[in-house]
Design a protein around this ligand. Sequence first.
Ligand SMILES: [Zn+2]
Length: 418
Amino acid sequence: MADLKQQLLDWIEEDRRTLEGFFSDFVATPTPNPPGDTRKAVAHIRRFLDEHGLAHRVIDPEPMFPNVVASFDGSGEGRHLVLNGHIDVFPATPEPWTHGSPWSGAIEDGALWGRGSADMKCGTSASIFTYMYLSRLREHLNGRLTLTCVSDEETFGPWGARYLMEHHPEVHGDCCLNGEPSSPYSIRFAEKGPWWVTFHVTTKGAHGAYTHAGDSASLVAMDFCRDLQTSVDAIHVDPPHNIGRAIEEARDTLDRAMGAGAHAIIQKVTCNIGVIESGLKVNVIPGSATIEADFRLPVGCDRETVQRVVEEVLARWPQVTMEEQNYMGPSWCDPHGAMVGILQDNVEALVGYRPQPVVSLGGTDARLWRYRGIDAYVYGPFPTGMGQRDEHVPLDDFFHVIRSHALSAFDYLNGARS
Ligand SMILES: [Zn+2]
């Protein structure tokens, strides 16, 4: 078995140029979402699979957002591992970028540059290569390996992983491994859940000089937002029993992976007032205002808990009504599941440290597996420049993610740590 794992590492080393070339061309095939058209990038993936003789199918309930799915069986009974990555990316941040256009895919200064390199064409490439290399060893493996490269992720749309999970149970599996940015020091086993709400403020308004004649919707909005923030901030949520310990143990790793202060908010309900719109003109007292709020619910928190508090606030502000935009609950799985130990062992053997299980602040498709009670873990590069200028992935990190995924998928299908 050690020989086969060394074989995997040797193949990756021999193929350096090919793997870099695939990643570079992948980034250089723009897939910004919106609009989310991934057809050219899907053609790129399919060419690679065809060149390696790997059967696959395209599932495209909406032709602009195709998904690529492939599976093979090992020689014996065993567990079913699903590799998942998305193809669409954030829109390009305006130029100038340091290394050409946002879609250059340039390899310079030891890194690969471009929109979507970190989130998440590095991780999706790792899934594709893992699938390709393990297919060569299929007679040594048990169980089943499935590859899912999906569209429509950035806007949490219905045509990508959500569609596959609802209509193609053959992609559920026993465990999902995903290469979204996590930092090489952490394995994400959970994520907070966004709840987006619009508030409408309606007052009488008046001529700007007649301040005695009507309330200002702008002032109500300001006071309401402060009340909302303070009230939500006071919500206390206890995490499910083994999650709290994992969060405490990963205190430093959380700050290292997501910036200083991340640990302090990981188990809190946060409230960001993303938008306030109000007023027509300097000399008019506004009669209406719109507020958009982004609440993030920690693991163990449900929408009803937050909604109750928001309704208490609303009771104090009869001028304000509420309208829900979107809700996706927080998701979590076993912080010490089989794949976590496998990843930790392999990463330690490769680079000398053990990544820690952590909760993610942002959202990924991994939640869809967790919602169904299936373990789903995220292990990928640093989120450097994600959604900003100069997004990039150091090539060392790119190869580290490929090696970690390939070796860990191998161990999982070999039944290590069952
Ligand atoms: Zn992503």
